[in-house]
Design a protein around this ligand. Structure first.
Ligand code: EPZ
Length: 431
């Protein structure tokens, strides 16, 4: 397994470019299931979860071209022949977002067999709301041997009120509703930009969706959807990660190719912390030349402070003067990074869903372990300001959602390199 080796102390200077949003690309790729015509998606990030989704669609019988080059990060997906509307445990266990194929498969093929994702490092993460919503649309659902089986001659439009706000639950049912008979009204929907981006793609495919980005979404079902071309929105979580890295290292970093309108909660928080930022329509410049002041954070659904930025913010809080109380309201177990930050010298106390961070404490390099995607990012940020050389193990987590992170950070002055697992001599020599 690869490791990242980071020597702290360099301020980040210059321009770093943001990739397409993983969490917009995944539902967009699943949307290709809804039509027998090709879907072309541009600005696809070169990350592990995209490759997993390519495999998932190919296993069903889709033709998926995926090309990364200077000119484009593009995928063309044709789901003309979907032989087996299934998502196997082997793939779903590596990426729970595979559940996003459930709604499209039932809507297009009339049946689906998708492995239950099981829990993950940050929490139980059930999909009960996806299932309840599909039943409201008339699907018959059974669960056995760890799989969800769903069947429906044709889905019928319905009123759906989500018990809790769920991002992929909203996306899954939005896709299913596009081919249902009649009108579907979904309330208490997620308002994330990735939901709106999916609705934009679906409307380009001939769907009739109104209200995406608001709590209530109306869908007039149609009998068929057609092919389309769509450019994926920039990754707001990657952008937030780099903005925090610029602030933390006391640098002068221009984060280009992002959408500042998606970063309101973070930018407001950074003003409280005393970090200067300036933005254009598609970039944020962060100048971290002053003292950092402690500020509390509570994660909320969009447009509140994103849970996917909580771990990265905690790394910053260890370097702020004073006490920052970070409350995680979305997931029940999303503080694993705190234990690793403490090993590097941070002063953090966990009290249920709150983490109390006392700064400023110098951080010293250590061998640390990444546990999930955003926890890994938090450790990278801490390593950028730690004294010495930090080694982060299990970086496959970070490769799931960050494209070429070491190249991007090295490009703005970080001392970071990737090392492959050193095989023991005999194994390498075959003796
Ligand atoms: C999406 O996950 C993102 N993933 C996550 O990003 C993100 O952390 C999360 O939304 C919250 O913003 C993708 O978009 C692929 P939820 P999702 O359903 O949809 C509970 C990353 O780092 N819930 O909005 O799985 C759930 O347990 C990843 O890129 C139910 O109870 O999250 C959680 O407490 C990590 N029943 C809350 O709702 C359900 O049926 C929000 O989860 C569904 C969810």
């Amino acid at each position: 397994m690869d490791k990242l080796v980071i020597r702290g102390g360099n301020p980040l200077l210059g321009t770093v470019r943001v990739s397409g949003a993983k969490n917009a690309a995944l539902p967009a790729m699943a949307a290709a299931i809804l039509t027998d015509e090709p879907i072309i998606l541009e600005n696809i990030p070169q990350v592990r979860d995209i490759e997993t989704t390519r495999k998932l669609l190919a296993e069903m019988g889709a033709e998926v071209e995926l090309g990364y080059g200077r000119a484009h990060h593009r995928t063309t997906i044709s789901c003309r022949n979907l032989a087996s509307p299934e998502a196997s445990y082997e793939l779903v266990k590596t990426m729970r977002a595979s559940t996003l194929v459930l709604g499209p498969l039932v809507a297009r093929c009339g049946r689906a067999r998708v492995s239950l994702p099981g829990g993950c490092a940050i929490g139980a993460r059930p999909i009960d709301l996806h299932i309840k919503g599909l039943e409201r649309l008339g699907a018959e659902i059974t669960q056995e041997h760890g799989y969800v089986e769903a069947r429906a001659e044709r889905l019928r439009g319905a009123e759906i009120v989500f018990d809790k706000i769920t991002v992929t639950g909203t996306e899954d049912l939005l896709m299913a509703a596009t081919l249902a008979e009649g009108e579907t009204v979904m309330q208490n929907c997620a308002r994330e930009p990735e939901v709106t981006d999916l609705a934009d793609l679906l409307n380009k495919m001939g769907a009739r969706i109104e209200g995406a980005g608001s709590p209530t979404i109306r869908v007039q079902g149609v009998s068929k959807l057609h092919g389309a071309r769509h450019r994926i929105i920039p990754d707001r979580i990657e952008a937030a990660t780099f903005i925090l890295a610029g602030a933390l290292t006391g640098g002068d970093l221009n984060v280009a190719g992002c959408d500042p309108n998606h970063l309101g909660a973070l930018l407001q928080k950074l003003r409280e912390v005393g970090v200067k930022t300036a933005h254009t329509a598609e970039s944020v410049r962060v100048i971290g030349d002053g003292e950092l002041r402690a500020a509390d954070v509570m994660t909320e659904e969009y447009p509140g402070f994103p849970t996917d930025v909580q771990a990265q913010y905690m790394a910053l809080a260890t370097q702020a003067e004073g006490t920052s109380v970070i409350t995680e309201n979305i997931f029940e177990n999303r503080f694993m990074h705190a234990l690793e930050l403490v090993r590097m010298g941070a002063n953090i106390r966990i009290e249920g869903s709150r983490a109390v961070v006392r700064g400023k404490t110098p951080l010293s390099a250590a061998a640390v372990l990444a546990s999930d995607l955003r926890a890994s990012a938090s450790l990278v940020l801490a390593a950028l300001v730690a004294d010495g050389e930090t080694i982060i193990d299990r970086v496959y987590h970070i490769d799931r959602g960050y494209e070429h992170i070491e190249e991007k950070l090295r490009g703005v002055g970080a001392q970071i390199r990737r090392i492959g697992e050193m095989l023991p001599k005999r194994a390498a020599g075959g003796r």
